[in-house]
Write a protein that binds this ligand. Structure first.
Ligand SMILES: [Zn+2]
Length: 651
């Protein structure tokens, strides 16, 4: 009866749509597994709070789960290459080989996969010779002499079949002003335009369309909203961890978007069903699997990872696991606010070069480092960018003899542009050593500072050393290849006319500068690397920082400080705990927080700190790792981005 019914429906559908695609006779079910942003993380990152990740465990998990699914695919959404030291072995060919062993059915080019230019990118793919395609359908190669070869090596799309059911898989590479410069002379086409053209092309030949897009999550949402004919978007680049697909109403159907965090800590699984009556693909069930430490390692992959570690130590003539110093606190990467890691980097750059000023940007700061002994590998991954096999070096420090007026323009424009960014977008934080500024972030709009549009100057005064910046003077500035590139591109777009005529390469690799600094200090303390010292708000600014939360088993001890230039009035601190071992929820948009308690903060003078205590014995909680999040609340706080910090505690 059911079969007959389906057959009849199919005939009707065929008549109605006279489809070019093959099947509609029956409900089709298949499963898509996905990862994104592996960034050469062969092993779980030392700072991963739950010890998640590692390719050997990911392999076991994938093979286990796929064994029960006769029709399944595994796609990766890009940035498999640069981001960890292992990239320096062969610019990412090793990762493509690992993906092959993991049974990958296709990946896409992410921005970190083409940082050594198009020639090296193609060479890397050919060297690995994976059995799956590396896709990118939005590369405009008119100016590139090897354009045809590139399109043969990196196709736009391909078709996968499940028992006569045809799935079109399209890849869209990262398109962004900064990263486009690494692809020159190739240009990227806007992801939405490119996807619209490619979907139109492939749609008549397939039953469903999956787009693998290594673009900002907002961009991928816009793609779902405006491009006809997409069923599923596998997203990468924003490192979003989504326990459930994000559903977007597109022009002709509901589109599911999935993204699974970063560094192989999670594996996404979308069980899909094609309904022949409405001819729509839908996610029947979705699971975000944590790659937990109790999953046994695939011995073949584990052995190959070990070999890569040996290779790296040999290549660099040093043991990558060697201990080079000691860290007193957990040091975290922060994308949008000031962090100790950035403070450490600019201190090191200036110490190595003897310049007046050193600069770095939060996007170029590296991976978290846990407290305790620091290994050579951890130091490298604080400043991991970008190994160039032609020079045998990573990004080096340059000495820029900069006009005072150029430095002034950079700081003013950086924070003004930040203020105009739409919610969720940011340029990040610009770190400086020996350059201080005062500012009024309440004049910013967009992001966390939505309010009335303002054209006021956000950055007010800048001093270098003890003296006000002189626009007519020249200052020596230490900075890396990445920041120079960003300033050049940004300066051109905004017509700032920055003068880079006096720029020289010191030849000192940025990461080795950080290494020298750590070795010379031996022990890094939070007192020495406190944040909030280079920028001061004109009003009160209550802050809780990454290193400011401790737990003595009976109380949470929270350090609150006033980093502003004016005294603060009474404020409050609220703390909450997250779901125990709620791996998938932790730090995702759906994280659930249960209040622990609150405490009042007395009025504080500028730069004064106080420690408040909130009882937390956690006796009702099972043993495990508990994320705790504390937030400072103060009326008329001038800068709120530094009001929240979180830590993970074991109980
Ligand atoms: Zn990316």
């Amino acid at each position: 009866m059911a079969v007959k019914f389906l057959f009849a429906t199919c005939a009707l559908v065929l008549l109605a749509f006279s489809m070019g695609a093959s099947s509609c006779q029956q409900r089709v079910e298949f499963t898509v597994f996905h990862t994104n942003d592996l960034h050469s993380h062969l092993k779980s990152a030392p700072s991963e709070p739950f010890g998640l990740g590692g390719l050997a465990r990911l392999s076991t998990l994938l093979h286990r789960l796929r064994a029960g699914k006769p029709h399944s695919f595994y796609f990766d959404a890009g940035d498999w290459a640069e981001g960890s030291w292992y990239y320096s072995i062969d610019t990412g060919a090793n990762m493509l080989r690992f993906l092959d062993l993991l049974g990958c059915d296709g990946t896409v080019l992410g921005d970190h996969d083409f940082l050594n230019g198009p020639d090296r990118m193609m060479q890397t793919i050919r060297m690995a010779n994976p059995s799956f395609p590396v896709l990118a359908g939005n590369l405009e190669t008119g100016q590139y002499s090897k354009g045809e070869e590139l399109h043969r090596t990196i196709p736009s799309s391909y078709i996968k079949e499940v028992g006569g059911f045809r799935i079109g898989v399209i890849g869209i590479a990262t398109s962004s002003i900064l990263f486009d410069s690494f692809l020159e002379p190739i240009k990227t086409v806007n992801p939405i335009q490119a996807a619209a053209r490619l979907v139109d092309e492939i749609r008549p030949r397939v039953d469903a369309v999956i787009v693998i897009s290594h673009n900002d999550f907002f961009m991928n949402q816009a793609m779902a909203k405006f491009v006809k004919g997409i069923d599923l978007i596998i997203s990468g680049h924003s490192h979003r961890k989504k326990p459930h697909p994000v559903m977007i109403k597109g022009p002709d159907r509901e589109v599911s978007i999935v993204e699974s965090g970063k560094w192989g800590a999670f594996l996404g699984q979308a069980d899909l069903e094609f309904d022949p009556i409405v001819r729509r693909l839908r996610v029947k069930e979705y699971t975000l699997h944590p790659v937990t430490p109790d999953i046994p390692e695939d011995p073949v992959i584990a052995q190959l990872v070990l070999e890569q570690e040996k290779k790296l130590s040999e290549q660099f003539g040093d043991d990558i696991g060697r201990i080079v110093g000691e860290l007193e606190f957990d040091m975290h990467h922060q994308d949008t606010v000031e962090s100790s890691m950035g403070v450490l980097m600019v201190r090191a750059y200036r110490a190595s070069t003897g310049t007046d000023v050193a600069l770095e940007e939060s996007g170029f700061t590296g991976s978290d480092v846990p407290r305790g002994p620091i290994t050579l590998m951890s130091v490298h991954d604080i400043a991991p960018h970008i190994y160039n096999p032609d020079t045998g070096k990573e990004w080096t420090l340059h000495r820029w003899n900069a006009k005072g007026s150029d430095l002034q323009a950079i700081f003013r424009i950086f924070y003004r542009v930040n203020g105009f960014m739409p919610p969720g977008w940011t340029l990040g934080w610009l770190f400086s050593d020996n350059l201080h500024f005062t500012w009024d972030p309440t004049l910013m709009i967009g992001g966390m500072h939505r309010g009335i549009p303002s054209f006021f100057e956000i950055v007010r005064s800048i001093t270098i050393g003890e003296r006000p910046l002189d626009p007519h003077a020249r200052y020596s500035v230490a900075l890396t290849d990445g920041l120079i590139r960003a300033f050049k591109i940004g300066g051109e777009k905004l017509k700032l006319n920055l003068d880079f005529s006096q720029l020289e390469d010191t030849g000192i690799e940025a990461w080795r500068s950080v290494l020298d600094y750590i070795v010379s200090r031996k022990r890094l303390t939070k007192e020495n690397l406190r944040v909030g010292q280079t920028s001061k708000t004109l009003g009160p600014d209550l802050a809780i920082l990454e290193y400011g939360i401790e737990w003595d088993k009976t109380h949470l001890l929270i350090e609150v400080e006033n980093l502003g230039l004016k005294p603060s009035r009474d404020g409050q601190v609220h703390c909450a705990s997250g779901v125990r071992d709620g791996y998938a929820l932790f730090e995702s948009d759906e994280q659930r927080w249960t209040p622990i308690g609150e405490a009042s903060v007395p009025a504080l003078k500028p730069d004064q700190r106080v420690q408040v205590r909130i009882p937390w014995v956690a006796s009702g909680l099972a043993a495990g790792k508990w994320p705790v999040r504390c937030e400072a609340k103060l009326r008329r706080d001038r800068y709120k981005d530094n009001n929240v910090a979180q830590r993970v505690f074991i109980r």
